[in-house]
Design a protein around this ligand. Structure first.
Ligand code: TXA
Ligand code: MG
Length: 320
């Protein structure tokens, strides 16, 4: 069983030894290994049971580290990196040879970000290599937001988890790619579209696709809590098909007065979408429990973090 602790030296030792470590970030916990060693990167795919076509994000601890990893960088990418790093924004950029093809699933581009977490930044800046780290969950499951979540699911397969407390943001980074010089949103996440547009102007989002996604995180059936069926909307809509005592509700600010209060989770009583994002994955995990079959989730307002939350809910929702 993995040890959980705050010992950076131990994390360094394990990583230098070519093994994997669970790391905290401000978004979700990552399953990290030496991004420059193909054998180590393969272990990441194995542990997560992640299909080889789904490329990984490479994490760096300072701006200088970008130089040896990237070929050329669009002007707006420089701007975004300087404004939002460290932070919940991933940039897709043309890679140098030093990054093994297994990291990028053979793509000529690599996803890079500088996470905003003191322990992980100091870890990254103490290592002679960047860290490839997907979210530390089995492929297709909800991302972990505490060290214990990582231990619960991957604890048998890794030896150390660096405990940085509960993730501040609780939803994965926003991913931005480039078409020539133009930024394009690949995945909604911890940095809102509004904030990004304030920096680089109007930006286009690529369409979500279930067959040929530009980023496989765009796959529709992702972020699902185990075998539970997730429905979106108001529970009355599903009254006929759902057994009340196997059903729970996820609501934004207020409980539904016609439904038992002990089977409802409120994401943010004060109506704060940032707080709601932070509570989303923990709530989905909590409801992935015996005795619960159906989760009916209310959609958030389509603004700021609300968009990223709705994106995750739609992906978790049962496709019918
Ligand atoms: O917040 C986060 O981004 C977390 C923390 C640990 O940093 N990481 C994370 O990684 O969410 P992961 O592997 O669960 O999601 C990364 C997404 C995947 O959907 C992958 O397809 C996409 O990034 N991606 C990676 N490289 C790409 C590339 N070259 N082009 C397009 N998409 C890429
Ligand atoms: Mg993931």
């Amino acid at each position: 069983m993995a040890e959980i602790g705050q010992n950076i030296d131990e994390a360094i030792r394990v990583l230098k030894n070519g093994e994997l470590v669970g790391i905290p970030t401000e978004t979700v916990y990552g399953l990290a290994g030496n991004a420059l060693d193909p054998e180590v990167v393969l272990k990441i795919f194995e542990v997560k049971k992640r299909p080889a076509f789904d490329p990984l994000i490479v994490h760096i601890g300072n701006h200088k580290a970008l130089d040896e990893l990237i070929l050329k960088i669009p002007v707006k990418a420089v701007k975004l990196a300087s404004v939002f790093w460290p932070g919940p924004l991933t940039l897709i950029l043309p890679k140098q040879k030093i990054i093994p093809d297994v990291v990028t699933s053979g793509l000529p581009t690599v996803a890079i970000r500088m996470p905003d977490h003191p322990l992980t930044l100091s870890l990254l800046n103490s290592l002679p290599f960047p860290l490839a780290a997907p979210s530390a969950n089995p492929f297709g499951y909800v991302s972990p937001t505490t060290a214990q979540h990582v231990a619960d699911q991957l604890g048998q397969k890794i030896s150390y988890i660096l405990d940085g407390g509960e993730c501040d943001i609780g939803i994965e980074s926003t991913i931005i790619g480039f078409e020539g010089e133009d930024p394009v949103i690949y995945r909604l996440g911890g940095k809102s579209v509004e904030e990004i547009e304030d920096t680089v102007g109007k930006i286009r989002a690529i369409q979500t696709s279930s067959s040929r996604p530009a980023a496989p995180g765009m796959l529709l059936s992702h972020y699902a809590p185990g075998e539970k069926k997730v429905f979106l909307g108001q529970w009355e809509q599903y009254r006929k098909i759902l057994e009340r005592d196997e059903t729970v509700l996820i609501r934004f600010r207020k409980p539904d007065p016609d439904f038992p209060p002990d089977r409802q989770a409120i994401l943010s009583e004060r109506g704060d979408l940032r707080e709601a994002a932070k509570n989303l994955f923990t709530t989905l995990r909590r409801f992935d429990a015996p005795g619960i079959t159906y989760i009916v989730a209310e959609l958030m307002p389509e603004e700021g973090f609300g968009r990223a939350i709705n994106d995750r809910l739609r992906r978790a929702a049962t496709l019918e």
